[in-house]
Design a protein around this ligand. Structure first.
Ligand code: NAD
Ligand code: UGA
Length: 368
């Protein structure tokens, strides 16, 4: 199988490359701005790295040549960190919509299968969250179903929704091209994949405010408080990157089952509030380090506008309906949250605990 992988150097891309190259039977051309997470693959005979943006005209010419020779195009490229959605809205919209548009057109022109990574954020907030009694007992009011659930986002002034809206428009572009030219597609809506190599640790191999896993990990590594945005009442279902890659491989291997469909990929069994996640992570870190004082590591609360800036609005809950992935792909997630956290936090501890932190970064993870 010949694969074009855009955004191959990121968290998901690095794990997907690991598995595809280990399984063999594929030739991969990858594009990314960075290759820090995939250094070990750069000399692999079945992998050709193009260290470049996908949005330049020169790159698009190269990409088109590979698309013509490929069986499938996998798009992972994005700015996908919530700390940037309402602080860099224009770049977020460009990255998740306008930069992707020419690639969709190329897949349509050559009628190549496009597997595009969207997000569970396209669902926005649950119906239940708008009702006075916030009825979370009726699944019809909170469960996220790929072809039924309405996509409900906040007002334009809440620019946090720039990412979700850009991703939604990209989904609609893909679907319109499919209806127009029969371009085969698969849209994946991930729900909080967790695992080693996710994001970065500020002050060690990155700057700014990463996603929650790396934020809480940084606080533990630096001995600084974990911050719960608006009390940490938001809920997330967390799936192991390994379970998620299993699902992606099943999508690739079963085109008759996976083409021209949308799939939630998540884990219903691993639902926590963010406050519960913070406590689980400090308990896990005490286990990893053997230092029981981590069980009492400080956890504080912070207002979202202080942490993310004006225009932030949270997704209240993300409980996916996984019946399509189960029935069509034969996939169910297996790894419990405790094991996800133990593996992931051990990775961060082993790779970062000894790395000195830059003074400038001591402020981060306390907000943008
Ligand atoms: P990531 O930030 O680790 O990887 C994204 C990669 O895209 C990065 O390596 C980045 O350098 C690259 N990229 C961005 N713009 C580019 C450009 N113009 N040219 C070339 N490369 C570019 O993120 P991830 O977690 O691996 O996510 C991958 C995809 O999955 C994204 O589209 C994201 O929206 C989606 N997603 C991820 C999750 C998750 O839980 N990780 C959840 C929902 C959706
Ligand atoms: C993330 C990102 O938008 C994308 O990677 C992806 O599209 C989406 O997950 C998804 O899985 O579909 P989100 O889960 O909101 O979205 O991002 P995080 O930064 O991981 O935040 C999760 C929750 O933790 C939010 O409620 C946030 O307010 C909270 N948080 C984050 C804290 O309470 N403290 C922190 O230090 C960081």
């Amino acid at each position: 199988m010949r694969i074009v992988m855009l955004g191959c150097g990121g968290f998901i891309g690095s794990h997907l490359l690991n598995r595809l190259l280990a399984e063999g039977n594929c030739e991969i051309h990858g594009w990314d701005l960075t290759d820090d997470k995939i250094k070990k693959h750069l000399t692999h005979p079945s992998f050709c790295m193009h260290r470049s943006t996908i949005s330049s005209s020169a790159a698009l010419q190269e990409i088109e040549q590979e698309i013509e020779r490929s069986d499938v195009v996998i798009n992972l490229a994005a700015i996908c960190n919530p700390a940037e959605y309402n602080t860099r809205p224009l770049e977020v919209i460009h990255s998740n919509l306008f930069d992707i548009y020419p690639l969709i057109e190329l897949c349509a022109k050559h009628r190549r299968w496009l597997i595009s990574f969207s997000t569970s954020e396209v669902y926005g907030r649950t119906v239940a969250s708008y009702l006075p009694d916030k009825d979370y007992d009726d699944p019809n009011l909170y469960e996220l179903r790929e072809t039924e659930t309405p996509l409900i986002m906040g007002p334009i002034s809440n620019q946090r929704w720039t990412y979700a809206c850009a991703k939604q428009m990209t989904e609609r572009l893909i679907y319109a091209h499919h209806m127009d030219s029969k371009m085969p597609f698969t849209i994946i809506r991930p729900l909080n994949f967790f695992g080693p190599k996710m994001d970065y640790i500020p002050g060690r191999d990155g700057e700014g405010v990463p996603r929650v896993l790396a934020c809480f990990m940084t606080a533990l590594l630096d001995g600084k408080p974990m911050y719960l945005v608006d009390g940490g009442t938001a809920r997330r279902t967390i799936v192991s990157i390994h379970d998620a890659i299993d699902a992606i491989l099943l999508i690739l291997k079963q085109p008759n089952q996976s083409q021209n469909r949308i799939f939630n990929i998540g884990n219903r069994m691993n639902e926590v509030t963010i406050a519960e996640l913070a406590d689980l992570m400090r308990q896990t870190y005490a286990q990893i380090t053997g230092k029981m004082q981590y069980k009492e590591h400080p956890i504080l609360t912070i207002n979202s506008s202080e942490f993310y800036g004006k225009g932030y609005e949270d997704c209240d809950r993300r409980m996916p309906d996984l019946s399509k992935a189960q029935e069509l792909l034969g996939w169910t997630p297996k790894i419990p949250l405790a094991d996800v956290l133990l593996e992931t936090m051990t990775f961060y501890h082993q790779n970062y605990a000894q790395t000195p932190v830059a003074e400038s970064a001591l402020k981060t993870c306390e907000g943008v």
